[in-house]
Design a protein around this ligand. Structure first.
Ligand SMILES: *Cc1c(COP(=O)(O)O)cnc(C)c1O
Length: 393
């Protein structure tokens, strides 16, 4: 069994491209070209050079000595927090902007919730000198002022979405409307392994550099390429897809996906999609999503903006359905405590999203000889106000 996408754009029963007819030409152009273009040696050389010189890759695989001692197992952290802009998201936006340029696009659009993907997109647009428009819910614009300021400094135009709940899903609707109206010159950069095929596969491929490096680094440090466990948090699922990618077909590697339980899986304030979701269509893809009995999307909740999403990408829906990945949900409180613990024990202030992944150490038992890799998807600078409020710092 393969856990990768098939030629039709499906992971098992999940995926596909459920899009309005007017978007078909845009998505089809991408589908026909993405594999061809990204396989070109010149594309790969430019992508690799930017990851190295601009993003700062390879990111270290750091042996967390104090954590390892406390949990009596070998714990390595993949340091995506050291990427330029502070998280893994830029791996993907670099890949997509290079693709957009080769497709002759002049104008980039994106949507963002907390602003992290907006910043990663505005960054690469500045780098390439392309026009950048980021749609963002009016409420999110107010809640995420520092990221709005970053995007503006980087030369992006931030357009408020004024309809509905004025948050991420409304920003997504605006971005799709823009794309329909500007099909020829505009490229839509999606920020996770979500959306219609080929986006989930394309984003997973760009992020797969994470597990490629883990393999090389483990071989050097431990004399073997494969860990026993790889652990990552899942919002849409891009950092997780990247961390799992080269281990998917090796069943000796246990894959653990960590979702946000929010105030608790059964509290009504949660984003634990595998526990609460049913099969449905969101953002052009058939996947698991949180919805009411008549199919309306349920408003998710998590203290971490990046995990506050009502679905998961189709790759992860399939990993859940097939049992290839073990899904664990972690509450706000558990994640926040781990934010503090990792800061004090290793001198690393994690993004709250990433802090969720560490809480698995309290939920599972590992053997002394096990190699456990945790993907530290981002750093906590952006979350400082949340930490201040929570811990009364
Ligand atoms: C956006 C974000 C996430 C969640 O997105 P995925 O696509 O699930 O990776 C996780 N961690 C950090 C630091 C983020 O910024």
């Amino acid at each position: 069994m393969s856990y990768n996408v098939n030629e039709k754009g499906y992971y098992g029963e999940f995926g596909g491209a459920f899009i309005p007819e007017m978007l078909y030409p845009n998505v089809e152009e991408l589908r026909q070209n993405y594999l061809k273009i990204t396989a070109e040696p010149e594309f790969q050389a430019e992508f690799d050079a930017l990851l190295k010189e601009y993003v700062g890759r390879p990111t270290p695989l750091y042996f967390a000595k104090r954590l390892s001692e406390q949990y009596n197992t070998k714990i390595y952290l993949k340091r995506e927090d050291l990427c330029h802009t502070g998280a893994h998201k830029v791996n993907n936006t670099i890949g997509q902007i290079l693709l957009a340029k080769r497709l002759g696009k002049k104008r980039i659009i994106a949507e963002t919730g907390a602003g992290q993907h907006g910043v990663a997109t505005a960054t690469v647009c500045a780098l390439m000198g392309l026009e950048c428009i980021v749609y963002m819910g009016e409420i999110d614009i107010k809640r995420q002022a520092p990221n709005v300021a970053r995007m503006k400094m980087l030369g992006a135009e931030v357009r408020p979405a004024l309809s509905g709940s004025k948050t991420l899903k409304d920003a997504t609707n605006e971005a799709i409307r823009d794309w329909i109206n500007n099909p020829v010159d505009t490229y839509y950069i999606i920020g996770s392994v979500v959306g219609p095929h080929p986006y989930p596969d394309m984003v997973a491929r760009f992020q797969s550099v994470i597990s490629k490096e883990i393999k090389e680094q483990l071989l050097e440090k431990e004399g073997r390429e494969n860990p026993d466990y790889v652990i990552a948090c899942v919002g849409g699922g891009s950092n997780a897809a990247g961390a799992y990618y080269h281990f998917l077909d090796n069943e000796d590697v246990t894959i653990i996906a960590v979702e946000a339980a929010g105030l608790g899986v059964d509290s009504g304030e949660s984003a634990a999609t595998s526990a609460l979701g049913k099969v449905g269509v969101i953002h052009g893809s058939k996947t698991l999503l949180m919805q009411t009995t008549d199919g309306q999307i349920t408003e998710p909740y998590s203290i971490s903006a990046g995990l506050d999403y009502p679905g998961v990408g189709p790759m992860h829906a399939n990993l859940f359905a097939t049992g290839r990945a073990q899904f664990i949900s972690i509450t706000d409180d558990q994640a926040m405590q781990w934010g503090l613990k990792l800061s004090k024990m290793e001198g690393l202030i994690p993004a709250i999203e990433s802090a969720h992944a560490f809480a698995v150490l309290d939920e599972m038992k590992f053997k002394p000889e096990d190699i456990v890799v945790i993907n530290l998807s981002g750093r906590g600078d952006k979350d400082l106000n949340t930490y201040i409020d929570y811990f009364k710092l």
